[in-house]
Design a protein around this ligand. Sequence first.
Ligand SMILES: [Zn+2]
Ligand SMILES: [Zn+2]
Length: 380
Amino acid sequence: MMSKKDYYEILEVGKTASADELKKAYRRLAMQYHPDRNAGNAEAETRFKEINEAYEVLKDEQKRAAYDRYGHAAFEQGGGANPFDFNFGGAGGFADIFSEVFSEFMGGGSQRNYNPSGAVNGEDLRYDLTITLEEAYSGLEKNIVFNTTKSCDKCNGHGTKDGKEAPVCPTCRGKGRVHQQHGFMIMETTCPDCRGSGRKVKDVCPECRGTGYIADKKELKIKIPCGVDDGTRIRIAGEGAAGIRGGRNGDLYVFVNVKGHKLYERQGSDLYARIPVSMACAALGGCVEIPSVDGRKLELKIPAGTQNGHRLKIKNEGMPRLRSEQKGDLWVEVKVETPVNLSARQKELLEEFRAISGEDNCQPEEKSFFEKIKDLFTAA
Ligand SMILES: [Zn+2]
Ligand SMILES: [Zn+2]
């Protein structure tokens, strides 16, 4: 597989660059490699694409966090292993980011995606959901309540006092965008007169102050699939802020945070636990009971002669794999505990044990160790 260039390297910034530094770097590089300035230069074109791609990811706090955590793998589609459901592209694309950054740069800037029919698309929303490992194991349904916006009822989203469609903006003739010449570059920017809506409202709706939308609270039942991992982002299409004047709704992104567990640590679909075992149990063999994530009793056989740090596997008792019937494994690390606070009787038995264990082979590692180093005792 070809390795992709690091997004931070592409933008020539450090991993800790602020949003502002990113934007500055993007502007500088996008100007430098813009096709208008580099006609026929394929290398510049590639660079320009890379710059746009890198910036599209890093400018978005959520995508950036995912990139920092998983690298390019965070955005690779398909393959099952990818816990993300990212939705790139759509109506956006590079031209949009470019004009977005530059129009903002020139004092314009529209918050919402412009649509020539006067429709405005709703924003994507983020909801952070913290769940337990047990919930991640079994999957869950949950009612969530979140703040969003909807089309203003008073003016039907037109932002006008009379609730009728506002007249077309004379500056951009309803396009929402104007062209501006900057040196040799012509750039499309948001119309400063109508702020991109393409409509010029004279008497403003008092309810929404002319924006066409009002605050709203929404309740939604969401389904979290079993096997979901910490940092997973689930896209729920169309459940973001409502579009107005016929625009489409934004999407809701549920960011799942899985809490730490008392006993288990998770790595992918495998679980890890550390269990203390008595010296006698480790030497003679025995059985310990541990709870599975869903609370069943799991019997773990400790074979005779188990050493400290030894890992035992219980198959299929890990976490469910996303979109699969399979489960990971459970690994138990045995921590052999040396007995303390011995009674006189216990001491007596151990002394006796020591006395008869000198010559035989019950501590083979110890024996070979001292065998191996005995020539190091060279002082008289
Ligand atoms: Zn306009
Ligand atoms: Zn209104």
